[in-house]
Design a protein around this ligand. Structure first.
Ligand SMILES: [Cu+2]
Length: 153
């Protein structure tokens, strides 16, 4: 009994020592956070926010497909697609700007913005069974070969 209580007392000592260390780290960490960043965001926070949540899904959702764009081709990291959510991560590996447009069942037409050479942008869509066209709408890139059709089944 005596030994057990001594052990317990020892444990309490260790635990409180660890907690002291932890709280010590916590407070010093919080103090290093810069306060200047909060002031720049404050004036803009008046916009009506609730409506936006239903239209725009999260940045990455479902299966991630890597899309590599060059002059003048669109390469996909996978060739077969099942219905569901996909995030196309578009990388411009070419020397000029490109974009990615997607059109098909349930998608009247959605696109990335213009992606500069070396840049990338993600686009999240829900694909249903059927054919989808993926293309670049800049200049004559589509006619030059940046036009791809995928089948979802
Ligand atoms: Cu292009």
């Amino acid at each position: 009994m005596k030994l057990a209580s001594r052990k317990a007392a020892g444990l309490v000592g260790i635990v409180s020592g660890v907690m002291l260390l932890l709280t010590g780290c916590g407070t010093s960490g919080a103090q290093t956070t810069p306060l200047a960043a909060t002031t720049t965001k404050a004036p803009v926070a008046v916009a009506p926010a609730p409506a936006a949540t239903t239209t725009k899904p999260a940045a990455t959702k479902g299966t991630v497909v890597n899309v590599t764009e060059t002059e003048f081709a669109i390469a996909l990291s996978q060739a077969t697609f099942k219905p569901g959510a996909y995030t196309f991560v578009v990388k411009d590996d070419g020397a000029v700007s490109h974009n990615l447009n997607i059109k098909g069942p349930g998608i009247a037409g959605t696109a990335t913005s213009t992606i500069k050479a070396g840049g990338s942008e993600s686009i999240t869509v829900t694909l249903a069974a059927g054919s989808y066209e993926l293309w670049c709408s800049i200049g004559s890139h589509k006619a030059s070969g940046m036009d791809k059709t995928i089948t979802v089944a």
